[in-house]
Design a protein around this ligand. Structure first.
Ligand code: TRP
Length: 471
């Protein structure tokens, strides 16, 4: 086996970790789950979860990775013993599941990017006006309906997966670090610009109050749905719960201050998601959409095409926006395929390019049904964020908190210095309160997913099967 690669530059690790965290989770997923969760109520629970659970959890993954210098499966076995390979196997499967639909969604962004070159967004929307009037929906929603499944979606899913495989096959040094340096500043700049523009819209006030002023009674009444949804989004957006951060920290050749790095990553990630909300909700309310939860997976596309159809220079902005998000998605997708690939390389001794191509190929096939009907997106996404990521995080807390706590504090102290009481506080937080929160969240998540599988609405699995005439 060749010598293990390490990051090329001092900042390489942090760039790659930010690149993994910032992606479709922030820009595509965050606004629509916030809408489904009722806006501000969701935002508050989500921010609390990031701070209280997300930060300690990212440190858990970092110490496991840097200490073992292994892929997640190898790392779990080294720390916990042979039985943990089954948990590791679940991590790998989670990576498969996420990337399969992630690639389809990223493909939509490329599609909208390309569309911006063909014609202005305004004239695109005009093309859907007749159908829209008949259906009583905004043209942008009809456009999304047309583009999100079928041959279009299939083609761009193929393209995106090919790019991801290509970069991972080349190895970590050449691929990942570079892409991130351009992408993160570009995204922030674009979002700030769009947020300023959204501020000038007639109904921006309604958007802000929906997004920013939480009603505590709503939180109290809905915590059974809010908690698992916020937890799932928090883990998803921070790339936690399946070993991405374990893998990235395993390539650290030196002892960095992990808590500082963790805070930086979380700061960028949360800031970008929050900014996206400041763009999307004012646009929604100004476009007359009163139920921001109804947009579902199309929310960002609908609101942004509406916006780019009206702003001066929307053409160029649209191309920039959809293009940058596609790059952000690529740097996240790379992290997902990297985990799976690192596992096959480390444990099976397969060559990098073969591992990337083989695993990527299977993931690609798994994503194809999503391009046929979005019920498969809900099926995969619900399983991932409702169950698998929370399960993975729970297992990591048990491993580090109860089975191998000694190494954890020592490892965290490398690069920071003596933590004193803070190290103990961290371990005890992981051991009891955080573990309890995660177990409750997991139970709620499983119940919620069961409801999705058995529910009779057409957007739930059983109902969909009936609707399609399969049952
Ligand atoms: N965090 C990424 C995003 O927000 C997606 C992602 C990459 C991810 N790697 C992950 C999610 C691992 C969960 C686990 O787009």
């Amino acid at each position: 086996m060749a010598e293990r690669e390490t990051w090329a530059t001092r900042t390489g690790f942090i760039l790659a970790a930010v690149g993994s965290a910032v992606g479709l989770g922030n820009i595509w997923r965050f606004p629509f789950v916030t809408g489904e969760g009722g806006g501000a109520a969701f935002l508050l629970v989500y921010l609390l979860f990031i701070l209280v659970v997300g930060f300690p959890a990212i440190l858990v993954e970092f110490v496991v990775g840097r200490h073992t210098e292994r892929n997640p499966v190898g790392a779990l076995i080294e720390l916990g013993g042979g039985a943990w390979k089954f948990i590791g196997a679940i991590f790998i499967m989670t990576g498969f599941a996420i990337l399969s639909y992630y690639s389809v969604v990223a493909g939509w962004f490329i599609r909208y990017f390309v569309e911006g070159f063909r014609d202005s967004y305004a004239s695109q929307l005009a093309g859907y006006e007749d159908i829209a009037a008949e259906a009583g929906e905004p043209s942008a929603a009809i456009m999304f309906g047309e583009l999100s499944t079928g041959l279009d979606a299939f083609f761009f899913h193929t393209l995106f997966m090919a790019l991801t495989i290509g970069i991972v096959a080349l190895g970590i040094r050449r691929g990942i670090e570079l892409a991130v340096k351009v992408m993160v500043p570009a995204i922030i700049l674009l979002l700030v610009g769009m947020a300023v523009w959204a501020f000038t819209l007639p109904e921006s006030g309604a958007g802000y109050s929906y997004y920013l002023s939480p009603d505590f009674a709503v939180i109290a009444d809905n915590w059974v749905e809010l908690l698992p949804a916020a937890a799932g989004q928090a883990f998803f957006t921070l790339s936690l719960g399946m070993g991405v951060m374990i893998t990235y920290a395993s390539y650290l050749g030196e002892d960095r201050n992990l808590s500082k790095d963790g805070a930086t990553i979380i700061g960028f990630d949360t800031g970008i998601a929050f900014l996206t909300g400041l763009v999307v909700f004012p646009i929604f309310f100004s476009a007359g959409i009163q139920e921001p939860g109804d947009g579902g997976a199309g929310a960002i596309f609908v609101s942004m095409t509406e916006a780019f159809a009206t702003v001066p220079g929307g053409h160029i902005l649209g191309v920039l926006f959809f293009g940058t998000v596609a790059i952000a998605a690529l740097s996240s997708a790379i992290s997902l395929l990297e985990v799976v690939t690192a596992y096959v390389i480390d444990e099976k001794g397969v060559e990098r390019w073969k591992a990337a191509l083989g695993m990527g190929g299977v993931i690609y096939l798994l994503g194809v049904p999503v391009t046929y009907d979005l019920i498969f997106l809900d099926m995969l996404d619900g399983l991932v964020e409702g169950i698998l990521l929370v399960f993975g995080a729970t297992m990591l807390m048990i491993l580090v908190g109860w089975i191998a706590p000694k190494f954890a504090v020592q490892e965290l102290e490398k690069g920071i210095g003596d933590l004193g009481g803070l190290g103990t506080a961290w371990i005890w937080a992981v051991r009891v309160p955080l573990l309890l929160v995660l177990v409750v969240t997991l139970v709620l998540g499983v119940l919620g997913y069961y409801e999705f599988l058995t529910g009779t609405d057409p957007d739930q699995l059983y109902g969909w099967l009936q609707d399609q005439g399969y049952l």
